[in-house]
Design a protein around this ligand. Structure first.
Ligand SMILES: [Zn+2]
Ligand SMILES: [Zn+2]
Length: 126
């Protein structure tokens, strides 16, 4: 049987949801906060600008050409894993900055999994 833990929210004495560190009430509040932050990231000026940049047909062509020259995921490669790259990632997040976006020395080839992991980190930690 799983041991019950107490919710980590300060002052809360409810049991945590098994496998999580918060009680049901605080877990729901935490999810709401995350959702709000995610929604904000989607509508910020930088996100709007990024959408415009990514929609550029020139980017699609540049991306394909880059992946032809860099067919393997660099993150997986560092771990000795050979994984086909599917995404072009900006090493320094461009945040909608056109110059940084188009600077190919700031590009790296990543597989989809590595790219979403990195993107998620950037959304939550700036
Ligand atoms: Zn709680
Ligand atoms: Zn990878």
């Amino acid at each position: 049987m799983a041991r019950l833990k107490i919710c980590v929210a300060s002052g809360c004495e409810d049991f945590a949801v098994p496998g999580l560190s918060h009680c049901e009430r605080h877990e729901a509040a935490r999810q709401d906060k995350l959702k709000a932050r995610r929604a904000k990231a989607q509508t910020s000026e930088a996100a709007v600008m990024a959408r415009i940049l990514y929609a550029d047909p020139k980017w699609k062509a540049a991306r394909l050409a880059f992946l032809r020259h860099h067919p393997l995921c660099v993150d997986c490669g560092e771990l000795g894993v050979i994984e086909a790259a599917t995404d072009v990632d900006h090493i320094t997040p461009h945040k909608g900055d056109r110059k940084l976006f188009w600077d190919s020395s700031n590009w790296q080839a990543l597989c989809h999994r590595c790219h979403s992991r990195k993107t998620a980190r950037e959304v939550f930690h700036g």
